[in-house]
Write a protein that binds this ligand. Sequence first.
Ligand code: SAM
Ligand code: SF4
Length: 356
Amino acid sequence: MIRPGVLQDTHNRIIRDLRISITDRCNFHCVYCLPETEEAANFYRPNTLDPSKTRPANSNPIYPWKPRSKILTFEEITRITRVAASLGINKVRITGGEPLLRKGVENLVSQIASIDSIRDLSLTTNGTGFPALAKRLKDAGLGRVTISLDSLDRDNFKKITGRDALPEVLESICSAKSLGLAPVKLNAVIIRGLNDHEIVRLAQFAADESVVMRFIEFMPLGTRQAWQRDHVVSGSEIIEQIRSHMPLIPLPAGNLSETSTRWSFGQGTGEIGIIAPVSQPFCGNCNRIRLTADGKIRTCLFSLGEHDLKPALRSEADDIELAAELQRIVLKKEPGHRIGEPDFVQPTRTMSHIGG
Ligand code: SAM
Ligand code: SF4
């Protein structure tokens, strides 16, 4: 039954967090998300390499970039956010694809920041292009930034992301810190055999730079269906590795719907966070929905279906009808993902489309 004024699902979860992917495009080709070639996607199974399948990612017939006409305008995104805010959404993250590739992103930040009840506005970026935009984003009302950083080794960074961009990403982290876009959070997806040997170094970086390093378990979401259970380094394994080199003190959870467990080093303001959706699912407290760049609401990262808001948005529907549509969609939110279950089916859309 629809409860007036809120976004509540049939499992009694109230939705407060909206993640908005503003573009499906990206200038990186992370092996776990949008690998450039079949070879890159097959990094973990060299024996099955088929050279005939080595082709640029964007020639993949399943993943051409969406045409501009299918992508929501900033006005459409702001309207959906305003309607969602009227139903209790108070936390918004702008993501992608690479959100900084969308021209004028600071204008969208400013439009969303002006919605009264949004009290937490953040952005996730791979860090390229950020130094040039950082001040404008902050002035527009951006509160926080999360920057992806999977490796501190220039060659390994390039191997993982397909781009030789580590110096630029490190510069972005400095910009975010100096502008006070705090807490500056870094995301590292840990994959066995690829960057698990860098776990302690990444944790030490968080301590040295007084930032929050969040270690994320590898999830089954990439374009080339590269995921294998054996390549997931579990959150507990990550903690054990770090703990054998440095002290870790558990920190209390900020709130029930927090996805990470947090640890300090016992001194300084650096922290680590563990996001373990595969080994320790947190679906019971999930309070998120996602809006894709092409106007679909996804009620779970692993949803197999999507709910297209474009017909309502681009018709005569008023905000009351749009709100009712959002409420109906939220009622269909899945109880949880089914990773690890025999009937689990990987969604066809990658994180770069869904919005991480
Ligand atoms: N392009 C931006 C970036 O990389 O920060 C924002 C979009 S990206 C999809 C958001 C986050 O999702 C990144 O931190 C990325 O590492 C994470 N991600 C992408 N694919 C993933 C996967 N298969 N498993 C776990 N995390 C993933
Ligand atoms: Fe691009 Fe982010 Fe996906 Fe990497 S994780 S390919 S930077 S969208």
